[in-house]
Design a protein around this ligand. Structure first.
Ligand code: GAL
Length: 649
């Protein structure tokens, strides 16, 4: 079964609506809803007083209607009494401002009081509904750290110090890692260490980086605490929490991934090429679970309400979005939210049941999508095999986020998504993985922008290349160690040998400035004076310095770019490197083609046509869900999707 549904928030509606909701869910083919996510103030209206009657009735209705519950612990939104009774548990920002209730996630992640109250309500929910026929999976919290990723209060400061003691053991080691002899920051006592609160000027980069690591760990620790509690009470019910893969960068999702029974992630359309960003997010979500099928816990049927201009989806767009996620390994397609709210901060966010009711594009498309997913049940459990990987590390992004860098215009996430976009255009399905993960299954590894890399990560790429892989490394990668200390002796210190290049100085370009290349292209944002040691130079600046190099390394080769390329210039390099690695297909522009397969060999081709014209792709098998034979060529109408169970060649 492909799971289909969304967040159901019955507490926002009079009880008469609930039965109608479940009837509509059946009509739409909805088989699972997330419920109770923001219900803490209903479940525990007064501290210590629990009221479950209403949720009992909701879950009973779901069970009777054959709809599963992805039942939430309501801990993402503490009720007003919480902040009033325990003001010391409210989050505090870097400027010392306390953030109050009135929205959601108003708690300090390191607060023992918050943890105690959250675990208490989670335990009540778990004991109440353990064994309930609707209960299928736990939805722990909601989007950890979406609004309170870092807290700078005194409680957090003490927890940060404890985390640092654990990490470094001695103050000497910490002083060394952070380079505290710079600007007289040497610590003589653990108690002197603070979170990176507002300072007169640039804060210590090591301190900032470790605080981000600590903050991510604090949230992960909260997840673990709830998950462990739930596992004690309902050992057979899996648990997850909805990540925001590719959308949110404050938590190290590579550390969350292994802790979730199934990866769940949320995605909303953003940027100029929203479907490319969607693919990136889906590939990252899949990679966080080591390739296992994952849950798309939220996306939108149409407009969201939190962008400056909230674009409504055109007819057919929601279906393309959903099938893109499915193609990239999701076994569940869910939305925020079931019924569009009448009141509250998200009343202008689309839902599966819009304000205007059933006679609408949205409702018709919701029903059609439900029918389509029902017809694709056999796809569930199949997986995506990627030949290429993009390396990404949250710590590197955090380190580069320090304001004192050679340029603030070299933005790693922009580079990563731009490079990913070229691979997408070339039809290369990629995993998005941590630099220290097993790379042996890939033929191509691209490293668009990885300022920080550990020794282990650096050696990993060398090993991959030596074993016959092809690597493509972007500028300002491999520059610092895991403490954000420069790797000396010529940049990029981590990969000087692998790339056969040594860089003596960076020359960041001004806004709008370009550096022409002898091959006809041009770079922006960044340039550097590099010398090829063992590498062959494939393209140069007009001054003769290397712009693109290739170095043989063991059985493989490592390419390096010393400037940022875009458009066709970047495409040419990526295409050449793909050809050398033997990955990619002859992609039709705008026709996204991805495959999933079962271990028994059943294989599915997904084709999503993002263009306004009919497109074709080679395929043989039967079209799903209707079983029409496909002989040699599949035609996908403009804006449509097609799925084929391929006949083994
Ligand atoms: C998510 C969140 C939902 C809702 C949605 C709106 O971040 O989990 O509760 O706020 O965004 O797009």
């Amino acid at each position: 079964m492909i799971v289909y549904g969304g967040d159901w928030n019955p507490e926002q509606w009079p009880e008469e609506v609930w039965a109608e909701d479940v009837a509509l869910m059946r009509e739409a083919g909805v088989n699972r809803v997330s419920v109770g996510i923001f219900s803490w103030s209903r479940l525990e209206p007064v501290e210590g007083v629990f009221e479950f009657g209403w949720l009992d009735r909701c879950l009973d209705l779901l069970a009777a209607g054959g709809v599963q519950a992805c039942l939430a612990t309501p801990t993402a939104a503490p009720p007003p009494w919480f902040g009033h009774t325990y003001p010391e548990a409210l989050p505090v920002d870097a400027d010392g401002r306390t953030l109050h209730h009135g929205s959601r996630q108003a708690f300090c992640p390191s607060s023992p009081i918050y943890r105690e109250k959250a675990l208490r309500v989670a335990e009540q929910v778990a004991r109440r509904y353990a064994g309930h026929p609707a209960l299928a999976i736990w939805h722990v919290h909601n989007e950890y750290g979406c609004h309170n990723a870092r807290c700078y209060c005194d409680t957090s400061a003490a927890a940060f110090r404890a985390w640092l003691r654990e990490r470094y053991g001695t103050l000497e080691a910490l002083n060394d890692a952070w380079g505290t002899d710079f600007w007289s920051q040497r610590y003589g006592d653990w108690e002197q260490i603070l979170p990176p609160r507002a300072t007169p000027t640039f804060v210590n980069p090591g301190q900032q980086l470790d605080f981000r690591r600590f903050s991510s760990d604090a949230l992960l620790d909260l997840y673990r605490a709830e998950r462990d509690l739930l596992a004690e009470i309902t050992p057979d019910v899996p648990a997850t929490t909805n990540l925001m893969a590719g959308m949110h960068w404050d938590m190290d999702y590579f550390s969350f991934g292994p802790e979730l029974d199934v990866i769940a992630s949320d995605h909303y359309l953003i940027g100029d090429d929203p479907h490319v960003h969607l693919a990136f997010s889906a590939d990252l979500a899949r990679s966080l679970g080591g390739g296992r099928p994952w849950v798309l816990m939220e996306h939108s049927t149409s407009a969201v309400n939190w962008q400056g201009h909230n674009r409504a989806k055109r007819p057919g767009e929601m279906r393309r979005n959903s099938i893109q996620h499915l193609a990239r390994g999701a076994d569940a397609i869910m939305f925020f939210q079931w019924r569009a709210s009448r009141a509250g901060a998200e009343k202008w966010h689309s839902g599966m049941v819009p304000h205007a009711g059933k006679d609408t594009k949205i409702w018709r498309e919701v029903v059609e999508l439900g029918a389509l997913l029902k017809g694709l049940a056999e796809v569930a459990g199949s997986t995506v095999a990627a030949e290429a990987a993009v390396l990404l590390d949250y710590a590197s992004i955090w380190a580069q986020d320090h304001p004192a860098q050679p340029t603030s215009n070299l933005r790693p996430l922009e580079v990563v998504t731009e490079w990913y976009g070229k691979l997408w255009e070339l039809g290369v399905t990629c995993d998005v993985v941590h630099p220290e993960s097993d790379l042996s299954g890939y033929r191509l590894v691209v490293v668009p922008s990885l300022y920080l890399v550990s020794d282990a990560g650096a050696a990993n790429l060398e090993r991959f290349t030596a074993a016959g892989g092809v690597a493509l490394v972007g500028p300002y990668s491999g520059i610092v160690d895991e403490h954000d200390r420069v790797r000396l002796g010529g940049y990029p210190g981590a990969w000087r040998d692998l790339l056969g290049v040594t860089v003596e100085e960076f020359f960041p370009l001004a806004a709008g400035e370009r550096v022409e290349l002898s091959g006809g292209g041009a770079g922006t944002v960044w340039s550097e004076v590099a010398h090829a040691t063992t590498a062959k130079v494939l393209d140069t600046y007009l001054t003769g310095e290397p712009a693109w190099t290739r170095n043989t390394w063991g059985e493989g080769a490592a390419h390096y770019l010393t400037t940022l390329l875009h458009g066709d210039d970047l495409r040419r390099v990526v295409a050449e490197v793909c050809a050398e690695a033997g990955v990619g297909t002859s992609a039709t522009p705008g026709l996204e083609v991805v495959r999933r397969a079962h271990p028994d060999g059943r294989r599915y081709l997904f084709a999503i046509n993002h263009t306004g014209a009919e497109a074709t792709v080679a395929a043989t098998g039967v079209a799903l869900p209707d079983g029409t034979p496909v002989e040699g060529r599949l035609t996908v109408p403009a804006g449509a999707v097609a799925i084929v169970r391929e006949t083994a060649p």
